[in-house]
Design a protein around this ligand. Structure first.
Ligand SMILES: [Fe+2]
Length: 182
């Protein structure tokens, strides 16, 4: 079995993976739903893996739940991207790095977007800095992976359906193995 897949399997079965972090679904279900949505949309393999792993930072920080309750931003986007970039190409890590910035970008540029966000996502939005300034919008769209980050973000918002059946992590193993650095 591929070493990176094994690591992901271990991370996806840690205690925090079963936490809800204010949403209707457990983190692990949320990430699997997100990976499925990318796959169903016909996204390229690297983006399916990015969608699947986009919240892995939550599973890597100590006590993400207590931090969220205390209103502390643990920067799960940056934490996750750092972990991913050591194991996958930038096409996978950069959309993950930018998926929180993509929410801020969408709030700024799409008037309907805020009303579609979950309660938890609106709460964290302000912890994460709120809407972007004009300069930040320009900076965001110029960054590598920004467009892909927006796609991940839109699947992220939809991947919060309680009791939805999903693919198992195992079904993503071939994609992970094909993309992971040897
Ligand atoms: Fe998410």
């Amino acid at each position: 079995m591929n070493k990176v897949y094994k690591e992901i399997e271990a991370i996806f079965t840690t205690g925090i993976a079963e936490e809800y972090l204010g949403e209707d679904v457990k983190l692990v279900e949320h990430m699997l739903q997100c990976g499925d949505l990318a796959k169903e949309a016909g996204a390229p393999d690297y983006l399916v893996v990015a969608a699947l792993l986009h919240d892995i930072g939550h599973l890597l920080v100590e006590d993400a739940h207590a931090a969220q309750d205390a209103g502390i931003d643990m920067h799960h986007d940056a934490v996750g991207a750092r972990w991913i970039e050591e194991r996958f190409p930038a096409t996978v890590s950069e959309p993950v790095r930018l998926h929180v910035a993509a929410k801020r970008y969408l709030v700024t540029t799409n008037h309907d977007y805020l009303s579609k966000l979950s309660h938890a996502s609106v709460q964290t939005l302000y912890m994460q800095g709120g809407p972007l300034s004009q300069e930040e919008v320009i900076d965001f769209i110029s960054r590598e992976g920004a467009e892909d980050a927006v796609r991940v973000r839109l699947w992220d918002d939809l991947a919060k359906v309680r009791d939805k059946s999903t693919s198992s992590l195992k079904e993503f193993e071939p994609l992970i193995t094909a993309l992971a650095r040897p």
